[in-house]
Ligand binder design. Structure first.
Ligand code: ZN
Length: 133
């Protein structure tokens, strides 16, 4: 599986975006609000993958609490799959605990599902099926 995106939760989206674009030289390919996840997301092209900056819409939400006092914190790694339902069923059969039994809508029209960190050695993993496939 390829890396679809790596998501970083940020406190100050504009300041972080300035770092990633003006200083590091990445360019943004989307900026949208994902109500489902309670975040504003900016995707930056990084080769075949995306670096996604997430700003919590609500500073009392779970994702904001996860970030805590840090300016930025790595939130999850997303792997690209062709058939997300089949992959979820396969992982469930292998005993992996799923946060999402069924895919939901992610940024950029993607279909996504999270695996439970208790089943993934503590790292939040997302499966991501791009809109086009
Ligand atoms: Zn994601």
């Amino acid at each position: 599986m390829k890396i679809d995106h790596i998501a970083i939760v940020v406190k100050d989206l504009d300041a972080t975006l300035k770092l990633y674009t003006e200083t590091l030289g990445f360019y943004p390919v989307y900026r949208e609000t994902i109500e489902d996840q309670g975040v504003e997301a900016v995707g930056l092209q990084a080769g075949e993958s995306i670096i996604e900056l997430l700003r919590p819409l609500d500073e009392t939400s779970g994702i904001a609490k996860y970030r805590g006092d840090a300016e930025t914190k790595l939130h999850h790694t997303a792997y690209r799959v062709d058939n997300i339902e089949a992959k979820l069923a396969e992982l469930k059969a292998k005993g992996v605990r799923l946060i999402d039994e069924h895919p939901r809508n992610g940024a950029h029209g993607n279909r996504i599902a999270f695996l439970h960190p208790k089943s993934t050695e503590g790292v939040l993993i997302e499966l991501c099926q791009p809109r086009s496939t």
